[in-house]
Design a binder for this molecule. Structure first.
Ligand code: ADP
Ligand code: MG
Length: 332
């Protein structure tokens, strides 16, 4: 039974970034305005997410990491109508199965915090009082250490996994309004290296400036396109001739209603159109699809990352027209 649990868990938590993503989304769901991510050895030894959210009530301690335990509504059918990120109650139970999980938490009703330790099946094995502000710290040590093949792969690819994680955290830092993000890694005896540190001031413009710097921001032009009756695309894109030669994953971000998603077809389109105006460069791309009330039809992969519009051809078509217009006017 445990083996089956472990295999299933391996499908929710695919790698370092999907693990941390679940924890960050839990923090956002808990109303945090400050989220700090600490890694040791790029996450190989441990990773930890510290938030100042609402905390977890003692009545939930025992069931917290059991499969399908969720304190959130469960009958969501449409991604776009989700007001919270989590809804399946699988993240903490999966992380227990795949690593060593501890949770430190305190709500406004508790005078002190509690440190909780869970075993691989999600059972609460220890409970200890500790000092902490209101909020939650979730720590996962030795992810994948009980899956030998996955563990080897994880260690071999750790730098790549870490890079992917930093891009994902950039995405949240770009889109989140009023949430401060800090991410740091410690390796060996070296001092802590801070890779992301934002104040969460508010507008997308402000967030771009804190994440990428003012010079990147001034190389961008605003985008605002109606791609259908109920879908607008807003954001920023490199001006002609000012694209980046750098790793794309680091510089292209897509969102739907405030959620980071992968949109391989949109990315392909943007790159294709940009090549006409600037050779060997790609546009820095930060685009949000805004669909009021979740009025459009979407298909989503199980990790909730890759998103496809049902009327993709028409959405892509209108986007192509809109982008062509922007490029022809900014070239003139
Ligand atoms: P889900 O997010 O789908 O509900 P999870 O396994 O991610 O499931 O989390 C289980 C439950 O643990 C959540 O429903 C929530 O009640 C609680 N929880 C997890 N992380 C936090 C956090 N950072 N702050 C407050 N509550 C949390
Ligand atoms: Mg969750």
């Amino acid at each position: 039974r445990n083996v089956i649990h472990r295999i299933c868990s391996g499908q929710v938590i695919l790698d370092l970034s999907s693990a941390v993503k679940e924890l960050v989304e839990n923090s956002l769901d808990a109303g945090a305005t400050s989220i700090e991510i600490n890694l040791r050895d790029y996450g190989e030894d441990y990773f930890q997410v510290i938030d100042n959210g609402c905390g977890i009530s003692p009545t939930n301690f025992k069931v917290l990491a059991l499969k399908h335990h969720t304190s959130k509504l469960e009958d969501f059918t449409d991604l776009l109508n989700l007001t919270t990120y989590g809804f399946r109650g699988e993240a903490l139970s999966s992380l227990c199965a795949l690593g060593n999980l501890t949770v430190e938490t305190r709500t406004k009703n508790e005078p002190v915090a509690t440190l909780l330790t869970f075993d691989h099946s999600g059972l609460l094995t220890a409970e200890k009082k500790t000092a902490r502000q209101i909020g939650t710290t979730v720590t996962v040590r030795k992810l994948f250490s009980n899956l030998p093949v996955r563990s080897k792969e994880f260690k071999r690819n750790i730098r790549k996994e870490y890079g992917k994680l930093v891009s994902l955290l950039n995405a949240y830092a770009l889109i989140a309004k009023g949430v401060r993000f800090v991410c740091s890694n410690t390796t060996g005896k070296n001092p802590k290296s801070v890779v992301l540190n934002t104040q969460g001031r508010g507008s997308l413009k402000d967030n771009i400036i804190t994440v990428f710097g003012i010079s990147t921001f001034t190389s961008l032009q605003p985008v605002s396109i109606c791609v259908s009756e109920d879908c607008r695309v807003e954001g920023f894109l490199s001006k002609p001739g000012q694209g980046t030669g750098r790793n794309l994953a680091d510089r292209q971000y897509f969102f739907i209603n405030g959620r980071p998603v992968d949109m391989p077809k949109v990315s392909k389109l943007v790159n294709e159109l940009y090549k006409d105006t600037s050779s060997r460069k790609y546009p820095v791309t930060i685009l949000e699809f805004i669909v009021p009330g979740g009025a459009c039809d979407l298909n989503v992969t199980p990790d909730k990352r890759k998103v496809f519009f049902s009327d993709e051809t028409s959405v892509i078509g209108s986007l192509r027209e809109g982008l062509n217009e922007i490029y022809s006017s900014s070239n003139a």
